[in-house]
Design a protein around this ligand. Sequence first.
Ligand SMILES: NC(=O)c1ccc[n+]([C@@H]2O[C@H](COP(=O)([O-])OP(=O)(O)OC[C@H]3O[C@@H](n4cnc5c(N)ncnc54)[C@H](O)[C@@H]3O)[C@@H](O)[C@H]2O)c1
Length: 442
Amino acid sequence: MKRRHFLKSAATAGAATMILPEVRLFGAGAPNNKLNIALIGTWGRGEAHFNAISTENVVALCDINEEHLDFGAKRFPGAKKYVDWRKCLDQKGLDAVVCCSLDHTHAFVSNWALNRGLHVYCEKPLANCVQEARVVRANYLKNRHKLATQVGTQRHAIENFNRVRELVLDGAIGTLERVSAWGNRQLPRPGYLPAAGEPPAYLHYDLWLGPAPYHPYNPGYFSGSSGMNCLQWNMFWDFGSGQVGDMGSHTMDLAWNAIDAGLPTSAEGKGDPFNPEVTPVKLETHFDFPANSWRPEIKVSWYQGGAMPESPTKVIDLNQIGHGAMFEGNKGTLIADFGSRILVPLGNRADLTYYKPRTPETVIPPLGGFQQQWINACKTDLKTSCDFEYSGNVIEMMLLGLVAYRVGKKLKYDPEVGRVTNSDEANALLSRQYRDGWTLDG
Ligand SMILES: NC(=O)c1ccc[n+]([C@@H]2O[C@H](COP(=O)([O-])OP(=O)(O)OC[C@H]3O[C@@H](n4cnc5c(N)ncnc54)[C@H](O)[C@@H]3O)[C@@H](O)[C@H]2O)c1
């Protein structure tokens, strides 16, 4: 049996029976079972993946900046080099892709990779509009019996995420009613950068634009430090979704991990006056979610850029928590940031007798390395914490909030079909126009 088929059939068997022991078959000492990985985006966030993927065979590198491509090639000298990710994904013998290119290419790369039978780790955010989120999630669901996916919300591995989930599920705040998440990063921009010179020879600017509408070259889009350059372009509608897809992906994950939600049935939003070029700095969006097996209907909200939920008590100033989440129940409130939490029992019935802490044996076990979880999943049971269903739902809700903000009224949403039932204007904003030659689901 060929190595690749062995990997795939082992993964399928794992998915069917859920008992495939991962370490014995695919331990670090089994070099033939290494994944053949393509890394797309070989500098910046891409570098943050060098160590994790160096345990595997990195056989392809792709970057539209040839200097960055050479930077990646110094670490992985045996890999083939590409400037166009579409050609890279057609390299024979690939098993998996790590995508660290720009937000407006994430859903494209992910769809193309899934369609070619490749496991995908995609940096956050998974999509740049509601339709992209739905297409990539649907593609994943079709392939989940054979492919592992993970969205790059690596903070999910912080054990505080587990403690927060336990407190909410186990009733430490009574019955859950409302959930909020917020972030205070503010990057005001006047508009797209003006034309300024020609792109340097090593930079394939047309490929950088990719499916996005044309905007003239300006070195300002490339002037950030490694791993932070996304802040130079992610506020512009055609390249990103501002803080919604940036810190919103991480911080809403802290909330989402504890609420077992699917998709909302409504969305509304308000914030800075609409700017057709730049996403809002100040924004708040609100959503209704149906009940599930352990909680009633809840309201979920996102706040950014100075908009904030109200603190349950004057002694806690939520503004001191830059990126946080708050869970309000009928007996108390839980406030958390990525690494810590505060439980605030409220009222004279909140004596905590209704809540039984877990024992060391019953706490949710640590996830371990976040990238490693995906690598293991590719080889064994295909299970990850932030797969394209979970993270696809989070980003679909967040991006629907931006649509509601633009339309300026409360939208009714049919999550089954992904349509707004009370606004044609909103439906037109669920998808994007792409430049000729670029196919979302190719
Ligand atoms: N998980 C996290 O904590 C985290 C942190 C930072 C950035 N990110 C995400 O990672 C992504 C990259 O962010 P960054 O700050 O490194 O951005 P960046 O602008 O520095 O781009 C990263 C690399 O991708 C290359 N690139 C751009 N377009 C490409 C394309 N079409 N094909 C191949 N390569 C391409 C760039 O030349 C660069 O080398 C963003 O989507 C961002 O949201 C995630």
